[in-house]
Write a protein that binds this ligand. Structure first.
Ligand code: URA
Length: 239
């Protein structure tokens, strides 16, 4: 069972907020009855009419984008900057699964399937998110160990994670470090490095679970295969 406003939003008819308005305005019917109660639960077997139109479930779409720099991970932007949604240009109401900063590049999934998105984002599912950061300075083993064991950001310690030094560039005084994390806190990687005194100069997400950038140049995207979608759903079945 799910909440009526969520069901309407997932049908692609409108946003969840707008759906709530339509419900309270008496514009939604379940079978032949007007409902104005926001908590109403539906199973999906009912006939639901919004503004007189029968809702049908929207076909789900799944994309993998190699996000370029200088694009915002959001459905819209009040400063009129280009968004990842502009790149895909789907007719469906797709949205990004999690966020990458404006200047971060790499693997970004987009979908209109809320459940798929929840599975990928839930830390209990332990889906790897692999980042490579170029940082200022030469990082030492003990600093890498600090990151591995968890550092405090925004008053909360990060979970244990894998950290590998890929290479150092003595001439330019930079290091390239790969981090594998399961959490998705705000600006997590940049803040983790900041907490041990480094600045992230470049950040790329190379992998999310089974999804890599193979075959995708910067700014390119592809649809996921049904098999890939099924693999992500199987993480949920394990619980
Ligand atoms: N961590 C960050 O700091 N930025 C991102 O874009 C992703 C993870």
């Amino acid at each position: 069972m799910e909440r009526l406003q969520k069901f309407i939003a997932e049908s692609g008819y409108t946003s969840r907020r707008k759906a709530e308005e339509l419900i309270t305005q008496g514009k939604v019917k379940i079978n032949d009855k007007v409902v104005t109660e926001l908590g109403t639960k539906v199973s999906g077997k009912e006939k639901i009419f919004v503004e007189g139109k029968l809702l049908t479930k929207e076909e789900k779409e799944y994309y993998l984008l190699n996000k370029p720099r200088g694009v915002i991970t959001s459905v819209s932007d009040n400063r009129n900057r280009k968004t990842v949604i502009d790149i895909i240009n789907s007719k469906k109401r797709i949205y990004p699964v999690g966020r990458l900063d404006y200047d971060t590049t790499g693997v970004l999934l987009l979908t209109n399937d809320g459940e798929f998105s929840n599975i990928l984002m839930h830390p209990n599912n332990k889906i790897d998110k692999v980042y490579v950061a170029k940082i200022n300075g030469i990082i030492k083993g003990e600093e890498i160990n600090k990151l591995k064991n968890g550092v405090e950001i925004d008053g909360l310690k990060t979970k244990k994670c894998k950290v590998k030094l890929k290479r150092t560039d003595l001439k330019n005084n930079t290091s390239y470090v790969s981090l594998t994390i399961h959490e998705g806190r705000n600006h997590q990687v940049k803040k983790m490095f900041e907490s041990i005194g480094f600045k992230v100069l470049k950040l790329k997400r190379e992998r999310v679970g089974i999804f890599t950038l193979k075959g995708l140049a910067s700014g390119e995207f592809r649809k996921l295969t049904p098999k890939e979608v099924a693999i992500i759903y199987s993480f949920n079945d394990n619980k």
